[in-house]
Design a protein. Structure first.
Length: 712
């Protein structure tokens, strides 16, 4: 501040000298209305004067003293913001003087009065171009001097703006943006206009930043970081900038693309980075390829990297490195210059487990209290000996930033439940990272059943547990160990559940999802199928793309409607139906999520789909033993049972699937509730008879035996 105020003192000396020179030639120095009109005497005085530089003043002596004191302060370790801005924006001495002139009235109101006098207009409190160049000892007719205020680093860098564009150039006013003035005066808060697009720079360390650091140190200033599904280009870019002593201005390009003026916000962000000597990390870059305004912002990001000074090219170290992050490959049409292309690797299973453990061990920021008198809540406690983080989180495909956020969410959940972090809190934290990409295309189910709720043969249960095992360890086997290399194959797991209606296929999918701590999304085929050619594939692509970004199980119920067999081509309908199947074959192979297909008839599924399945589980109709277990489990332990309840008879007499047994049990419970509250055989056989009617089956007295007379 001492340096800045000293330079403003130098400016005041120049103004005093110019005021004295003006007063010496002023025909009406004491006119109270001067500046509001021009008298004949004033016009004569203007006609007699010739433009020329102002006379030398004692300001040069004070300037030398000020800079010597600044040198000493800088040598002692003081931060001189004016010199930082001078270096980072490539300003020459004239640029610095013009910047100070634009700043002066914002620091000391007296300068506004000075400029009103010098402008010969008391309503104009900022320096005009003519006054500014005169104070800087530059003739108004100098093209080189005028260039500083047309396309020089002050204007290109957004440090100074010129108002009154409709006025002649000499009488336009110079203005310094509030953010630049605040920075010079010691304020490091970013421009409020960037509030919607700036995101805090994560402080998480991940990945090998050395190659990127070397590239930045060598002067590479445009880099494209293509992310793998579980990698983070943002963390690599921020880490490399920090290793070079730079901060990072992090932009959310989704928010930027939705703004009213994306290119203008890019200019503000680049200026923010220059003011702080930082780099720009922005993503996802593909978000800026959607509209013309967004593409203009991308052009601004990739071309406004260095601002040459008025006297030559920018010096090394004054440029702003821009690191663009995205999951799509680089498109040469995005920029006129080619960036350095860097592939960001996927995080390994071990790296994610270490990030989970590190984030859980860090208590994080202290939660805000609702009131000063509120009792403190329990601090989240994490014991690595008690909780196996790797086993509890291996099924989640999260990038490093998501892992840290999920760990923070788990800590918040633990505060609610007593402060002890458990596996369930980790699951809730991971599920909190799921977006709403599938909500319009599929029905979300929060799993509420587990393995004890299943009544299935051992072979079927073995297949289901194998599916859960594959989903839990797929990142290690398919990612770290590369057991499915090449061909664009994804890290997904696909399974087919085949069996008659009501044999437990959908419920089993819910159990698998619950065992993995994932949500279940059931695809609504009504939202997928479309009579127009190509629309079904588009809807399916939206589903697969949305599911790939979620930690969830995707269930296609009655999948043979979509994944049916290809047929011989006899007309255009057959050809396009086969194209749809071919698309699905390719998409399943590249899918990164967990996919379950269910069908009532396995023979309806194309063999090519079967080859791409990882697990195939058959669901047979239950025999007497399993029907008895199903009746007992569906009635539960809460419903009051009458003494005449004969579940063995029901299991032996009624050949029903599990879904029909569950439906009959619910109907019987309603009948019992209306008949005194105890469930007996009269309610059960009546419910079975009604279930038969729904299924279109005949109710025979021989099948109901001695309980036939109970049916109302």
């Amino acid at each position: 501040m001492a340096h800045l105020l000293g330079r403003l003192g130098v400016l005041e000396e120049r103004i005093r000298a110019l005021v004295a020179e003006r007063r010496a030639h002023d025909p009406q120095p004491d006119d109270p209305f001067r500046g509001l009109y021009l008298s004949d005497e004033a016009i004569e005085a203007i006609l007699e004067r010739r433009p020329g530089p102002a006379q030398p003043t004692p300001a040069s002596v004070r300037l030398a003293d000020c800079e010597r004191e600044a040198d000493a302060a800088q040598h002692a370790g003081a931060r001189l913001r004016l010199r930082e801005v001078t270096d980072r924006f490539g300003l020459d001495p004239l640029d610095v003087d013009l910047l100070l002139l634009a700043l002066a009235a914002d620091v000391d109101p007296r300068f506004g009065q000075f400029f009103g006098y010098l402008n010969d207009d008391v309503t104009r409190r900022r320096p005009t171009v003519a006054v500014a160049l005169t104070l800087c000892d530059r003739p108004l007719g100098s093209g080189a001097a005028r260039a500083h205020l047309i396309h020089g680093p002050l204007i290109a860098g957004g440090l100074v703006r010129m108002d009154d564009a409709d006025q002649p150039f000499p009488v336009r006013s110079l203005r310094i943006p509030d953010r630049v003035a605040a920075h010079l005066l010691g304020d490091d808060e970013p421009d409020p206009a960037l509030a919607g697009v700036l995101t805090p720079a994560p402080d998480t360390a991940w990945g090998d930043i050395d190659p990127l650091t070397r590239a930045l140190a060598a002067g590479v200033d445009l880099i494209h970081l293509k992310e793998a599904a579980t990698g983070s280009g943002r963390l690599l870019g921020i880490g490399a900038l920090h290793a070079l002593g730079r901060d990072a201005v992090v932009l959310d390009l989704h928010q930027l693309a939705a703004a009213l003026d994306p290119p203008g916000l890019v200019d503000l962000a680049v200026r923010e980075a220059r003011l702080g000597g930082a780099g720009v990390v922005a993503g996802p870059v593909e978000a800026l390829a959607e509209t013309s305004a967004a593409r203009s912002a991308l052009t601004a990001l990739t071309t406004t990297l260095t601002k040459p000074s008025a006297t030559g090219p920018a010096r090394s170290g004054r440029d702003v490195p821009v690191l663009l992050v995205g999951s799509a490959p680089w498109d040469p049409a995005w920029a006129a210059r080619a960036p350095l292309l860097v592939d960001v690797p996927a995080s390994t299973d071990a790296e994610r487990a270490a990030l989970w453990a590190r984030a859980l061990a860090d208590p994080g920021p202290e939660p805000s209290r609702a009131a000063p008198t509120s009792p403190p809540g329990p601090d989240p406690a994490f014991d690595p000996e008690e909780l196996d983080v790797a086993a509890a989180t291996s099924q989640y495909r999260l990038d490093p930033e998501q892992v840290v956020r999920a760990a923070r969410a788990a800590q918040v959940q633990a505060r609610l439940d007593g402060g002890r972090i458990a596996a369930e809190h980790l699951r809730r934290g991971a599920r909190a990272e799921n977006g709403t990409a599938l909500d319009r295309l599929a029905r979300r189910i929060e799993p509420a059943v587990g393995w004890p709720d299943l009544v299935l043969p051992p072979a079927t249960l073995t297949g289901l547990r194998e599916l859960s095992l594959r989903a839990r360890h797929r990142e290690r086997v398919l990612g770290d160990w590369r057991m499915r290399p090449g061909g664009g194959r994804g890290h997904g797991v696909a399974a087919l559940f085949a069996g008659d209606s009501g044999t437990g296929k959908t419920m089993s999918a819910e159990v698998v999802a619950g065992d993995l701590g994932l949500e279940l999304y059931v695809v609504d085929l009504a939202t997928v199928m479309d009579k127009y050619i190509g629309e079904t594939e588009k809807n399916l692509e939206r589903i697969f793309a949305g599911a790939a970004r979620l930690n969830a199980v995707l269930l296609f119920d009655e999948a043979d409607a979509v994944f049916g067999k290809r047929s011989e081509v006899k007309d255009a309908h057959d050809r396009y139906a086969n194209v749809e199947s071919a698309y699905l074959l390719q998409r399943i192979e590249s899918f990164d999520g967990l996919l379950i297909l269910t069908t009532n008839l396995r023979a309806n599924i194309d063999e090519a789909f079967t080859r791409r399945l990882d697990v195939l589980v058959d669901f047979p109709l239950p025999d007497v033993e399993y029907r008895l277990a199903l009746w007992d489990q569906c009635l539960g332990a809460v419903v009051p049972r009458a003494d005449d309840l004969d579940l063995v008879f029901c299991a032996e007499a009624f050949a029903l699937a599990g879904g029909a047994i569950r439906s009959s049990a619910v109907t019987a419970a309603y009948l019992a509730a209306a008949d005194g509250g105890r469930l007996g055989m009269v309610h059960l056989v009546t419910a079975v008879q009604r279930e038969y009617r729904k299924m279109g089956r005949l109710s025979l007295p021989s099948e109901f035996g001695r309980y036939w007379d109970l049916i109302g």
